[in-house]
Design a protein around this ligand. Structure first.
Ligand code: SIN
Length: 192
């Protein structure tokens, strides 16, 4: 079932009355901050892993030919490294539209790289959303990404920019780096 995530997200009132909210980004939000922010810091959240299990109908693919982008999957004791932004609540209007293809706002605890632990927001596309694709091997995901493109550009750029951003933060992420390695191999094989 296709749900209107923008309407659902706008009903969330957890941070009503707050002048600023921390947002945790783990995918394109790490490297593409197209919204104003007051502060930006590497951060992590516990008990979640980043996975290329979400279909993209609006950014890196189309409804007929979805790309693959990341979402978070619950996993006990896992640590997901990303980027945290301190934003004013009005920035959420733009973010709800940007993340409209299945992502809902969740409240989570963020650990900032300066030692602060804070309550913040994260957008997660759960397996109930209509665009969710689910698990596949890293090789199959790389092949899927290699052939996908959408209004925001080639799916491969999403993966390569994410992998670069994670490397710059010294973040461990075997899932992302294995898919990147497979993609680079495919690009070299195809000679493009
Ligand atoms: C995020 O980056 O936090 C959400 C997923 C994405 O937009 O790539």
């Amino acid at each position: 079932m296709i749900i209107d995530t923008v309407a659902i997200n706008q009903q969330m009132n957890h941070f009503d009355g707050h002048d600023a909210v921390w947002l945790f980004g783990y995918g394109s939000l790490i490297y593409k901050a197209d919204f104003p922010y007051l502060e930006r810091r590497p951060a992590s959240i516990h008990h979640w892993v980043r996975r290329f299990w979400q279909g993209s109908h609006d950014h890196r693919g189309t409804p007929d030919s979805p790309g693959r982008v990341v979402t978070l999957i619950p996993q006990r004791d896992a640590l997901c490294v990303g980027m945290a932004y301190l934003i004013t609540p009005d920035a959420l209007e733009h973010l709800d539209v940007r993340e409209k293809n299945g992502y809902l706002r969740f409240v989570t605890t963020l650990s900032l790289d300066d030692g602060r632990e804070l309550e913040g927001l994260v957008y997660i596309a759960t397996e109930e959303n209509a665009a969710f694709l689910g698990a596949a091997s890293e090789r199959d995901i790389a092949e899927h990404i290699a052939r996908s493109t959408g209004p925001s550009g080639p799916n491969r750029d999403y993966l390569l920019q994410l992998a670069d951003a994670l490397r710059q933060m010294d973040a461990e992420d075997p899932h992302v780096f294995d898919i990147e390695r497979e993609l680079v191999r495919l690009i070299e094989q195809a000679g493009n």
